[in-house]
Design a binder for this molecule. Structure first.
Ligand code: T4K
Length: 403
């Protein structure tokens, strides 16, 4: 319990947490089941390239996503790259800048140019009106991002893509188990991509999946993610190695087994954060539209300096000094990072405002309600003492305090 500003760890007080509280602690599920699955793979001798665990994982993800096809891959970045190549996308691809750098890099890495669209200021997802103004004769595709598991405006984007004859892809890295109304994320656009990185709500160590209802495209992607093989010894075209291993399949299945419990835990944590942080000036817990299902893997607060009395970065420093390793998902936005900011400088007002305000707070199975109470006490204390903190902050050597 902090009584005065001097009690904050940033100013020499004792840190609230002895062990660092992290955003993105993996959801691992039952280890015995994981080891049993690994044993089966080891006994069977098929460790990658179409093993039984990856096949089972693909079936379960396709079922959750409501799609005819799922191709498991080594990570979501590779998945985006495989799709871009399989669809022969080139020229300009419109994407939001409010996303992880992987979305932009996948486009650029495959030789196309990412063109950054601004966002809807309420949801933070890509703004269809702005997308439409960015279309040129060089545009070949739109990649929407279901930011923090919230669906993009899928109807408007489908209409735009249809009218301009563009491929529509979704980066659904955050979107497993989420929906647009009653429809699961997964079957929108030409294809969607999930991430099963260790930090995600479903974890396969590293991993991802491409889901689609297009039979021909699914076949091409399955070939392209395995060197272009169409049959043993027979190459049908260009390909890469983006396969998921059986170890990842084992982890993914074991993590999926506890998906409902994890989402329930996340939702309870999210509700608690929202209750405990209610009414603080300048601080908002990002609200998820209740018409859509969310997995609550991201608890994002927005700090409006004008009303909170301190900048987001100051609150972040306060939290990190207390061993709460909050993260900025996503800040800076992609267009503010290299190589994009030098190559194609653009101004995106809504994106820039959101990127300046966001903090993702710890959640997931490793975060207890007691942890959340303690984190919220720090946040509340910081906002209530913002003037003193900013004053004291101006006097310290930050480099000696940062982790
Ligand atoms: N599109 C979007 C919209 C994405 O958000 C992402 C990835 C992608 C595409 C690409 O997906 P993948 O190719 O990765 O499948 C992390 C993840 O590495 C990345 O997967 C994720 N999004 C992004 C939002 O977050 P970092 O650089 O913040 O991760 P890292 O490794 O610093 O981990 C964050 C925190 O999680 C750490 O402070 C500690 C904790 N952690 C992390 C790992 C890996 C653990 O406790 N255990 C772990 O094993 O990017």
């Amino acid at each position: 319990m902090k009584r005065g500003v001097d009690d904050l760890a940033l100013f020499g007080g004792h840190a609230e947490f002895d062990q660092t509280l992290l955003v993105g602690r993996p959801s691992t599920g039952d280890r015995t089941k994981l080891y049993e699955r690994l044993d089966r793979a080891l006994d069977n001798g098929r460790l990658t390239g179409g093993g039984m665990l990856v096949r089972e994982f693909e079936d379960r993800i396709a079922h959750m996503a409501g799609t005819r096809h799922c191709i498991a891959v080594c990570n979501a970045t590779a998945a985006l790259e495989v799709i871009i190549r399989a669809q022969n996308l080139h020229g300009e691809i419109i994407i939001p800048s409010m996303t992880f750098i992987a979305t932009a890099h996948a486009v650029r890495y495959m030789g196309a140019t990412p063109v950054f669209a601004d966002i809807d200021p309420v949801t933070g997802t890509i703004d269809p009106d702005h997308v439409e103004t960015l279309i040129t004769p060089h545009t070949t595709a739109i990649i929407g991002v279901h930011l923090w598991g919230q669906p993009c405006d899928v109807d408007r984007l489908a209409d735009i893509a249809h009218r301009h004859n563009l491929t529509l892809i979704y980066d659904a890295a955050h979107g497993i188990g989420c929906s647009h109304g009653p429809t699961p994320i997964g079957g929108f656009g030409h294809a969607e991509v999930f991430s099963f990185n260790a930090t995600k709500v479903v974890n396969s160590f590293e991993g991802g999946a491409i889901v689609t209802n297009d039979d021909d495209f699914a076949l091409r992607v399955r070939q392209a993610h395995n060197f272009g093989f169409i049959a043993p010894g027979l190459i049908g075209g260009l390909g890469t190695n983006a396969k998921m291993s059986e170890a990842s399949g084992a982890m993914g299945l074991t993590s999926l087994d506890v998906f409902d419990e994890v989402v329930a835990h996340n939702k309870a944590g999210y509700d608690l954060y929202r209750d405990l942080l209610a009414g603080l000036p300048g601080l908002t817990v990002h609200a998820y539209d209740e018409r859509h299902r969310n997995n609550f893997q991201y608890v994002v607060v927005k700090v409006d300096q004008d009303h909170a009395g301190l900048h987001r970065d100051v609150l972040l420093d306060v939290l990190r000094a207390e061993n709460v390793y909050a993260l900025m998902y996503f800040s800076p936005a992609c267009h503010q990072l290299e190589p994009y900011r030098s190559e194609h400088p653009v101004t995106l007002p809504h994106t820039e405002r959101l990127a300046e305000q966001v903090i993702a707070l710890p959640t997931g199975p490793a975060t207890t309600s007691s942890d959340i109470h303690r984190v919220c006490e720090i946040v509340r204390f910081a906002i209530e003492h913002s003037a003193e903190i900013v004053e004291a902050f101006g006097r310290i050597d930050l480099n000696s305090c940062k982790n």
